[in-house]
Write a protein that binds this ligand. Structure first.
Ligand SMILES: Cc1cc2nc3c(=O)[nH]c(=O)nc-3n(C[C@H](O)[C@H](O)[C@H](O)COP(=O)(O)OP(=O)(O)OC[C@H]3O[C@@H](n4cnc5c(N)ncnc54)[C@H](O)[C@@H]3O)c2cc1C
Length: 325
């Protein structure tokens, strides 16, 4: 059985949180399999050996470092294929996200390996890894086992928890790669972050959550204004995330995050059970809904029946006035 190789995305001197979660998960699984967890990173001059060695505190034993374009799939596929060919890794693990999907799919094609995407859990069975993936609108779990020499596992964003293992510095191994002719054809022109992706909603004391009642993506401005006045953050239901109105990072509920802020203000949210499980532990729940029979009122501390388009701006003004006073 070969080791587990985890792809770690790096940007401006810091590692991506999902990648660190994948390293933590890889280290845990490697321990159960009796093998090692290694990491692979691709980047430019800002990717120093000292930085790479810090992955040891998340459980990586060796870090394979290659010079190349960061944030693009094809160069990473070349690097991972070489590292796996040279060292015989049995599994490649990714934290998720669009880049992880693209690299994992490309690596699967290159190595003729099985790949599972949107994985929410990985277990060891009979000395091998088995990946769990929710299907049919997350109502069932499918299980993937791998044949052949390599299995590729791509997590759902935030599926793997970041855990520091207290391990020492990882050994850093420089990898010289001859890139495929097509791999350096693309260049990164600009990086952008999704709106709301920079806010850690799990740490916010006040969350203003928006649902389909906002009517359209632009409706979230009302939530952002109020959250800004409070000094809080914006959360969302799955319905609006699926509609592309707000990033998945803000989704609360069964298939999103679980939060317990001091105040959870739900605007235009019906209160479906799958949403409730992610926010019911909030200290105070305030709901604004135009339907007096909306289920959310059954578990709200304060319910406001009315049109959020009228109420939210007034509330924002009031909070600003109070804070300014
Ligand atoms: C397996 C599974 C997993 C799921 N996981 C999640 C999850 O993690 N998180 C999650 O949120 N959902 C999840 N869902 C979806 C969930 O069942 C609901 O569909 C979703 O939460 C509904 O989102 P919503 O409240 O924004 O929309 P809706 O249910 O459409 O509610 C919109 C509400 O807005 C109100 N409204 C409309 N206009 C206004 C207005 N002008 N002013 C005030 N109120 C207004 C309406 O009265 C209504 O109550 C899951 C579903 C399944 C099957």
């Amino acid at each position: 059985m070969g080791n587990i190789l985890v792809y770690v995305l790096h940007y401006e001197g810091a590692f991506n949180k999902n990648s660190l979660g994948a390293v933590s998960e890889g280290a845990k699984l490697a321990g159960e399999l009796g093998v090692e967890c290694d990491a692979v990173v691709v980047g430019g001059a800002d990717l120093t050996n000292d930085l790479c060695a810090t992955l040891g505190s998340y459980g990586a034993k060796k870090v394979y470092k290659a010079e190349g374009a960061e944030g693009l799939a094809q160069p990473v596929i070349d690097v991972m294929a070489k590292v796996i060919d040279d060292n015989g890794h049995s599994y490649a693990l990714f934290g998720g996200g669009l880049l992880g999907f693209e690299i994992g799919a490309g690596l699967a094609a290159r190595k003729q390996a099985g790949v599972t995407m949107e994985v929410t859990g990985v277990n060891v069975e009979g000395g091998k890894l088995v990946a769990e993936r929710p299907i049919l609108g997350d109502s069932q779990i499918s299980v993937s086992k791998y044949r052949g020499d390599l299995g590729i596992i791509i997590g759902r964003i935030n599926a793997f928890e970041v855990k520091e293992t207290g391990g020492g510095a990882a050994e850093v191994v420089d990898v010289a790669v001859e890139y495929s002719p097509w791999s350096n054809q693309a260049t990164m022109v600009q990086r952008g972050e999704q709106r709301g992706a920079d806010v850690n909603i799990e740490d916010a004391d006040i969350l203003v959550a928006g649902g389909r009642g906002l009517g359209k993506a632009e409706g979230f401005q009302l939530c952002e204004d109020l959250a800004g006045a409070f000094g809080g953050a914006v959360a969302a239901t799955r319905a609006v995330v699926d509609a592309g109105w707000y990033p998945y990072a803000a989704q609360i509920g069964q298939t999103g995050k679980t939060v317990a802020p001091k105040l959870y203000l739900a605007a235009g949210i019906s209160g479906a059970i799958q949403h409730k499980v992610g926010m019911q532990a909030s200290e105070n729940i305030v709901a604004i809904n135009k339907d007096a029979n909306a289920p959310i009122f059954e578990f709200s501390d304060l319910g406001i029946v009315g049109d959020l388009n009228k109420i939210l701006p007034k509330l924002t003004e009031a909070v600003k006035a109070k804070k300014g006073a």
